[in-house]
Design a protein around this ligand. Structure first.
Ligand code: 8Y7
Length: 284
């Protein structure tokens, strides 16, 4: 991969092969993501969570106002804005790039005006006007593959050659964004683990991380933290998937993944730092 950095709004992130992968910390701003019993509002909860992630060494904060777990109904536009915008304003000057996890062009536009540095679209900028919403900014763009939609995607995932089909989809979206004038150095790709994929599809994709990076010639983001693909191997419930998730992160890192999206920032930073210290960089 020739690309040395990812242009991410106000930031230029190093994504050179042989460098430690960046850690993207998941910041959910959904009513179900904080315990309602105490005195915290969801905004206060999100801000203290962000502060902790920064102390733990996070590289990018991924703010999401809509849960995209399989089967969860979509959140209306005004509700998503109500959740996400105050967090962007509050964290704008926290010193870390802010990524917004949304597939709604209106949210992309508002977030970019408010100073977001990256748009993470699980829908791969396929919504009409999604490309228009982002093309004139300097924001980093994560293009994720998803088969179907979050309501139905896990019902009957089907592929001939999953790696080939995901690569072809990502290539088509890269070309669509570039045709609209988006610079190559703003793009990263993501196979979309768990988004319309069986456990076997997910591991086939994970084992082919290197091939995806070489085929697309772009930095790759891997999001496997606590997902059912981890549960399928470990037999562990959601709250006991940290060790399995670290294993997945290292498997992706070893094949050149450059951004790892996780819930557990401190543990992932430690794991990647030790892995990096023990790895002989290719070509160095
Ligand atoms: C991913 C993601 C989720 C992922 C990217 C979860 C928003 C489900 N997963 N974005 N979002 N990649 N780019 O369990 O794998 O975190 S939501």
């Amino acid at each position: 991969m020739n690309q040395q950095y990812l242009q991410c709004g106000r930031y230029r992130l190093t994504v050179r092969q042989g460098h430690r992968p960046l850690v993207m910390g998941i910041l959910n701003v959904t009513p179900d993501s904080f315990s309602d019993g105490g005195s915290y509002s969801s905004l206060e909860f999100a801000l203290s969570h962000a502060e902790q992630m920064i102390a733990d060494g996070v590289d990018i904060i991924d703010i999401g106002g809509e849960s995209t777990r399989p089967g969860i109904p979509p959140v209306p536009l005004d509700e998503e804005l109500r959740r996400v915008m105050p967090v962007i304003y509050a964290l704008r000057d926290c010193g870390k790039p802010l990524s917004i996890d949304t597939y709604k062009p209106e949210v992309m536009r508002e977030a970019l005006i408010a100073g977001a540095d990256m748009i993470n679209d699980i829908n791969g900028f396929r919504a009409p006007s999604a490309i228009d919403a982002v093309k004139d900014s300097a924001a980093g763009l994560c293009i994720m593959h998803m088969q179907g939609n979050p309501q139905t995607m896990q019902q009957q995932p089907e592929y001939g050659d999953v790696v080939q089909e995901v690569a072809a989809f990502l290539q088509e979206r890269v070309l669509a964004l570039q045709a609209a004038g988006v610079d190559h150095d703003r793009l990263c790709i993501d196979p979309g683990f768990g988004f319309g994929k069986s456990v076997e599809h997910n591991y086939e994709l994970l084992r082919n991380t290197r091939r995806l990076i070489e085929t697309l010639d772009l930095p790759l983001l891997a999001g496997m933290s606590r997902k059912s693909m981890i549960g399928a191997i470990t037999g562990k419930p959601l709250e006991q998937r940290l060790a399995g998730s670290l294993g997945a992160a290292l498997a992706a890192a070893a094949q050149g993944a450059m951004i790892i999206r996780v819930h557990d920032v401190a543990e992932t930073v430690d794991a990647l730092n030790v892995w990096q210290a023990g790895t002989v960089a290719a070509g160095d």
